[in-house]
Ligand binder design. Structure first.
Ligand code: ARG
Length: 582
């Protein structure tokens, strides 16, 4: 059990011994560090229940607390706030536990199985900045959930079944009508490799998409080809498979660089076999109705304050919708994994879509009430003008381009002694870390402004600062080792700066819990910064390796190790890799 939790339990017992009963004791870091490290504010509640003067109750509790050696000071402030300072002894013992195994400082939860749907790029289109957020936040949530003991299956859910690929294939047919893929009478094998490369897609898709916007006939042809694909028509479907392959290989390369990985590389197309069964099932349940030639499901609920439009199941031209593929995917996930929860890390502008899909899933019983479907929406990364981030000439910023820009900026201030291949590798890790950290720091649902100079600064609340400090911490530990120093045990503190590091470490479990509760990484990002900062204050104020008191030196090294352990776990949750040196 983590330290604060066990101290809360302990205090609960002491309160009982003093003759009072309280359901839950909560200790919070003190707002007045001069009076104590932590405070207990529950006496007011006890006073109300017992119709007594809070001061009298507080005094009685404090009397009992004084019998314990866990506290070096307890006092009452104001009407009955109890201030607590833990004894160095009990504090150092706990920090030493963290040095040995950081898991004591993470509250594990009851096992549950979660499918997490994130990334979700559309094949055929190049990854753009929006795909950073879904991948980055999703990856971190997956790691966080695993850290607290959940079983998590991450699925990229590629957008591979809609019109974008229909458009690309149509345009290819226009340009290369002689390709065997388009010859209905062709009997032989199709070429083994894709006739185009990923970079061709970057030109073809925007071209075809723009053309479809002004050319109704072209758009109609694209619709037809999309239907052919969805019916897996020979030739078209074979070409489709090859394009999906080159495109997802490229997605994989970029996501690898971002340290983002998936257990499943399923796409919308993988749920295709469940589309018809789902439609039949919904019809049998009597949930569908016709509306202007389309098949829809009413998903409104009596208490709705805003109108939730019916879910479009089958369009009037017979095509299935984005909603239908999502319902079919839920069907598939329930069948394959029977999860307790399914999480969707998607741009918050898609909230209505998911609201409709979730309602239909519950209403029809595709998902039982005890399974939780959760939409985890995120805000937009904006430019300094407050509008979605664009390239200099106003186009959509590609993710690879964004990553390159951050790297160039990071390199400007980079250690000149790191050169050659190492410089390339490390600057990549650091710039990716800077980008990821900046993206995880704001609350996930708020929009934020991408400020490259700020994000890649070596000082301030940035990934660069955090990584730099972490590397320095690790190098202190290896220097100590080389010098034959012993690392650990934490047995004593010498001043406020080392004690503050210990106290900061006590806040780790609650930062993790809050992050899990909010499904936002901002708490952890913020806490990581505070922990690093508190450690740096200690580091700058004391000469660890030069310390003459041997036991203190050992203890400080142990404290460094405990902090480093905590930082490693937190960086790992954020999906940020620590470089060898910086
Ligand atoms: N491909 C979609 C898009 O780019 C995102 C997919 C989100 N996940 C889902 N199950 N619908 O907008």
């Amino acid at each position: 059990m983590d330290f604060i939790k066990s101290q809360e339990e302990k205090l609960k017992g002491i309160i009982k011994e003093s003759g009072y009963e309280i359901e839950k004791v909560t200790l919070v870091p003190s707002s007045r560090p001069d009076l104590g490290q932590y405070q207990f504010n529950g006496v007011m509640e006890l006073a109300k229940i017992n119709k007594m003067n809070p001061r009298i109750i507080a005094d009685a509790i404090v009397e009992k607390m004084k019998e314990s050696s866990d506290y070096s000071d307890v006092n009452v402030a104001g009407p009955g706030f109890i201030n607590i300072t833990f004894s160095d002894d009990v504090l150092s013992r706990y920090i030493d536990e963290i040095r040995k195994d950081v898991n004591v400082n993470i509250e594990k939860q009851d096992k549950k199985k979660i499918v997490i749907d994130y990334g979700g790029p559309n094949v055929a289109k190049a990854l753009h900045v929006g795909h950073l957020r879904s991948a980055n936040i999703g990856e971190a949530l997956k790691r966080l959930a695993r850290e607290v003991n959940f079983e998590v299956i991450g699925d990229i859910h590629l957008g591979d079944w809609g019109r974008p690929l229909g458009l690309v294939i149509l345009e290819l047919k226009k340009r290369y009508p002689d390709w065997v893929y388009f010859n209905e009478n062709y009997e032989g094998d199709y070429p083994e490799t894709c006739p185009i490369e990923n970079k061709d897609l970057e030109e073809i898709y925007p071209y075809a998409s723009a053309k479809a916007k002004e050319d109704e006939e072209y758009l109609e042809e694209a619709r037809l080809i999309t239907t052919k694909l969805q019916q897996k028509e020979k030739g078209y479907y074979d070409l489709w498979k090859q394009i999906v392959k080159i495109s997802s290989d490229e997605v994989k390369r970029t996501y690898d660089k971002l340290n983002v990985s998936f257990d499943l590389w399923y796409g919308e197309s993988d749920a295709d076999e469940y589309v018809q069964p789902v439609i039949n099932y919904l019809k049998e349940k009597g949930l569908t109705s016709e509306s202007q030639g389309a098949l829809v499901i009413d998903v409104s609920l009596p208490g709705d304050t805003t109108e939730i439009p019916p879910l479009l199941l089958v369009k009037s031209n017979g095509a299935v919708s984005y909603e239908t593929t999502d319902l079919a995917t839920i069907w598939q996930r329930m069948k394959d994994f029977n999860p307790d929860e399914i999480w969707y890390v998607v741009d918050k502008r898609q909230e209505l879509h998911f609201e409709q899909v979730f309602r239909a899933a519950y209403k029809s019983g595709i998902v039982p009430e005890n399974v939780k479907l959760e939409f985890i929406g995120f805000g937009t990364m904006n430019g300094k003008d407050g509008k979605p981030f664009k390239t200099r000439d106003g186009g959509v910023m590609r993710l690879a381009e964004l990553m390159e820009t951050v790297r160039e900026e990071t390199l400007k201030k980079f250690n000149p002694n790191i050169t050659g291949k190492e410089r390339d590798e490390i600057s990549e890790l650091v710039s990716v870390g800077a980008l990821k950290y900046a993206d995880l720091l704001p609350n996930r649902s708020t929009d934020y402004i991408f400020d490259i100079e700020k994000f890649s600064d070596f000082n301030g609340k940035t990934g660069v600062y955090i990584l730099y400090s972490t590397v320095r911490m690790r190098s202190l530990l290896s220097k100590a080792k080389e010098a034959g120093e012993e690392i650990g045990s934490v047995t004593k503190f010498a001043n406020e700066t080392d004690r503050n590091v210990a106290l900061k470490l006590l806040e780790m479990p609650s930062s993790i819990n809050e992050a899990m509760y909010d499904k936002s990484l901002s708490e952890i990002s913020e806490y990581l910064y505070q922990l690093i900062n508190t450690y740096n204050n200690f580091y700058n104020a004391n000469k660890v390796l030069g310390e003459e008191d041997v036991e203190l030196k050992k203890s400080w090294l142990g404290l460094t190790k405990a902090t480093y352990n905590a930082v490693s776990v937190l960086l790992n949750i954020l999906g940020i890799e620590e470089p060898e040196k910086m």
